[in-house]
Design a protein around this ligand. Structure first.
Ligand code: NAP
Length: 455
């Protein structure tokens, strides 16, 4: 895949970039390595100061950064601005909380003193996706830098200007140049970097094949990885739920980021006693969504990030229909538009044995399933290789508890959409990956939890 900015609203090539050569990569690795030796000696107070500066820069130039994101991957400008603000939040969060999260943890033993000390590992490689091109990177960078690690970013090939802007922000904030660097490289160049002795660990957010590939190389080198992969989150609605609220939130949860979010509500599972009313309301809300120019203020859904994603989604919907699914609304890409536009789509009557019923649809396509009761809803929700998040809608306390206990996912949100929040751990189980980002758990992923015993 070429490293380039291609406007998904027009498919115009805006700017192309040449991938770094092996020599250029070596220079960056050497700089990261030499910086780490000094950087790990800096105080937490100093790192907090720099991270707070980064937050201020993000807020100062939020419009500019949001424009780059929208230009490169098509998310509506308003959500791009919200994303920049959230990046500032995660910076401030870790600037404030890291001293507490990284403080020595005393453990009473028969030693004079015994405790766990949290120490940095060194160079961490971050392989990141285009869908939240700022947020995914900052949620890695903020805790990693606070812990005293240095970062190398291999961003998705379609968001090079986001990648460069992020490195500039971190540098302008005051961090030494080698503390965080962007590598403009293709996916095939990642393996050698992972094998380099100076690189100690890696985090990857993206698809299953990419995660499996990186993790197997890391495994061969006995290096730690955190993987944040795909999902096909259930959105379960039961009889006692506030139906209007569930529908309104469900639409938001499915359509956020033009439908291209790992934790989007992708499978709506509704009990049969409310399914007609739910379906009618969902169709009405989908019909109201405005698909168009992502730079326009009133746009709800912009173009998909690349032509390939559009083509893949079209094929996936066609296959679902061939396998028996019924299209309630949408179902065909706009052929009269230059950009990668796909309409809000609802599929129902999905054969549970079909391959598409277990796949992730990365675009504005909702799958709708009707079940008899809560037990059937849970069984269906879990009958999938993924386990990222789940949203359950019920006002019955017993049902809520049952969902919390039985759903196989890294997160369960009751009467709310699934979202990431700097204060809470984020991550999946099953084929959605392993490890956690954010919260105290996130900052502890890339540290040596060193046991100390003093007699
Ligand atoms: P992708 O193709 O896997 O790309 C993600 C990153 O991995 C890009 O930087 C890509 O580089 C790189 N990459 C691809 N193949 C690689 C390989 N063999 N070795 C090393 N690096 C490789 O992912 P995508 O399809 O664009 O992203 C969408 C997926 O990400 C969805 O499944 C979504 O659910 C998931 N996602 C998960 C989370 C989460 O937190 N769990 C968040 C966001 C997205 P190139 O661009 O150069 O190919």
């Amino acid at each position: 895949m070429a490293i380039a900015t291609i406007n998904p609203a027009t498919n115009e090539i805006i700017k192309t970039f040449t991938a770094l050569t092996n020599q250029e990569i070596e220079l960056k690795l050497a700089l990261a390595d030499s910086t780490y030796g000094k950087y790990r000696q800096t105080s937490l107070t100093q790192r907090s100061q720099w991270l707070n500066n980064a937050a201020a820069i993000l807020e100062r130039d939020q419009e500019k950064f949001a424009q780059i994101m929208t230009l490169e991957m098509g998310k509506p400008l308003q959500s791009a601005i919200a994303e920049v603000k959230k990046c500032a939040w995660v910076c401030r969060f870790y600037a404030e909380k890291a001293p507490e999260f990284l403080a020595d943890k005393a453990i009473a033993t028969d030693a004079t003193s015994s405790y766990v000390s949290y120490q940095p590992l060194g160079i961490i490689l971050a392989v990141m996706p285009w869908n939240f091109p700022f947020w995914q990177v900052f949620r890695f960078a903020a805790p990693a830098l606070m812990a005293g690690n240095v970062g190398l970013l291999k961003h998705a090939s379609n968001v090079p200007q986001c990648a460069l802007a992020i490195a500039d922000i971190i540098h302008e904030a005051g961090f030494p140049e080698g503390a965080f660097q962007t590598l403009l490289i293709g996916a095939s160049q990642v393996a050698d970097i992972m094998k380099d002795d100076r690189v100690k660990a890696a985090t990857l957010t993206g698809s299953e094949p990419a995660g499996a590939s990186l993790a197997s190389i890391a495994g061969s080198q006995i290096k730690k990885t955190v993987l944040e992969l795909g999902g096909s989150d259930p959105f379960i609605v039961l009889e006692s739920a506030d139906l209007d609220q569930a529908v309104a939130t469900g639409v938001q949860a499915r359509m956020l980021n033009n439908g291209q979010s790992c934790i989007a509500a992708k499978r709506f599972i509704v009990t049969e006693n409310i399914s007609d009313r739910f379906t009618e309301k969902l169709i009405a809300k989908f019909n109201d969504l405005k698909v168009g120019d992502p730079m326009a203020k009133d746009t709800d859904i912009g173009p998909l990030a690349t032509r390939q994603i559009l083509t893949d989604l079209e094929t996936q919907v066609e296959t679902a229909v061939e396998q028996g699914a019924k299209v309630l609304i949408g179902g065909q890409a706009y052929r009269d538009r230059l950009g990668n536009y796909y309409p809000p789509t609802i599929l129902t009557n999905i054969d549970l044995t079909s391959s598409t019923s277990k796949e992730e649809f990365f675009g504005p396509v909702a799958m709708l399933f009707v079940v008899k009761n809560l037990d059937e809803a849970i069984a269906l929700a879990n009958d999938i290789p993924f386990g990222l998040g789940a949203s359950g809608w019920t006002n019955d306390a017993e049902e809520q508890q049952k969902l919390i206990n039985a759903i196989e996912a890294g997160a369960v949100f009751i009467n709310s959409l699934v979202k990431s929040d700097p204060r809470l751990p984020f991550g999946g189980i099953k084929r959605s990956g392993y490890g956690r980002e954010l919260g105290v758990e996130g900052i502890r992923e890339f540290v040596n939890q060193k046991t100390v015993w003093v007699e």
